[in-house]
Write a protein that binds this ligand. Structure first.
Ligand code: NAP
Length: 245
């Protein structure tokens, strides 16, 4: 299982009690103190498609569950190519996207770079909650002040006018509303990650009537089965286990 998400941890825990299925969860090793899943864990990149194909052979793997974050596009593409090359099945577990509620103002962005352009031309005080890897796309924006929040220190340069807050979710809507009020935020910038862990910022934006620049997910890649929940992966694995293999 390719992990790094709360869903992958729930799935790893459930599979601990599942007879006949041995699971290894793989983490990229990006977060300094990751929340470790139950069971066997390996850490670090595989070395691209070739490396993953070798790992699959060396560990007699017969299924990959890609439970990585919806924005982990490189790993997801690698998993798809490697599964085809190795002739094994690939299940993609990707949580449902967030959708705007009644009265929400979402400004869609097809990339982080487009989000930076939208913020620069329209807003003064942005709450930037896109993780730590792509904050540098906003570094050249000098006309906007940013509240940057991530779990670990962002990679690369930060915008010149910013405050950095290191924090790990889940957050609640009341806290998020207070944060946005305190910093006089006029726009929230988010990836469309989906999930309950970080949804509170959207509830707070709704409550305050703030617009959200929402960065779209990368395109889906080819897989054998694509599901949105842990229970669907479990069902699929069990049905394979009881005869389809
Ligand atoms: P990425 O850009 O798609 O992947 C870059 C490289 O990191 C991959 O080519 C692979 O290296 C390695 N890698 C990524 N996920 C891995 C995994 N689960 N196990 C082993 N190697 C992995 O990935 P990313 O966006 O940096 O995400 C890294 C991890 O953080 C993933 O596990 C993801 O679920 C988690 N995460 C990402 C985000 C996000 O917004 N992107 C948010 C929360 C959690 P090799 O080519 O050497 O194999």
């Amino acid at each position: 299982m390719l992990g790094g998400t709360s869903e992958s941890r729930v799935l790893a825990q459930a599979l601990e009690c599942e007879a006949g299925i041995d699971v290894v969860t793989s983490l990229a090793g990006r977060v300094e103190a990751p929340t470790l899943p139950a069971g066997t864990v390996r850490v670090g990149g595989f070395g691209g498609v070739e490396g993953l194909v070798s790992w699959i052979a060396a560990h007699e793997t017969d299924v990959i569950v890609d439970a990585t974050h919806p924005f982990a596009a490189t790993m997801t593409t690698t998993a798809s190519t490697a599964a085809s090359a190795a002739g094994i099945r690939l299940v993609r577990l990707s949580r449902p996207e967030w959708v705007p509620g009644l009265g929400d103002t979402w400004l869609p962005a097809s990339s982080v770079a487009e989000a930076a352009r939208l913020v620069e031309s329209n807003f003064d005080r942005a709450f930037l909650t896109i993780g730590r890897q792509e904050v540098a796309a906003f570094a050249a924006v000098t006309s906007t002040w940013f509240l940057v929040r991530s779990i670990d220190t962002p990679e690369g340069p930060l915008p010149s006018n910013h405050r950095l807050e290191l924090a790990r979710g889940p957050f609640d809507a009341e806290e998020e509303t207070a944060t946005m009020r305190r910093h006089r935020i006029d726009v929230v910038v988010s990836k469309n990650s989906g999930g309950a862990m970080t949804e509170a910022k959207l509830l707070a934006a709704r409550q305050l009537g703030l617009p959200v620049v929402m960065i779209a997910r990368p395109p889906a890649v080819s897989c054998d089965v694509s599901v949105e929940s842990v229970s669907e992966v479990l069902c699929w694995l069990r049905s394979r286990d009881s005869g389809a293999r």
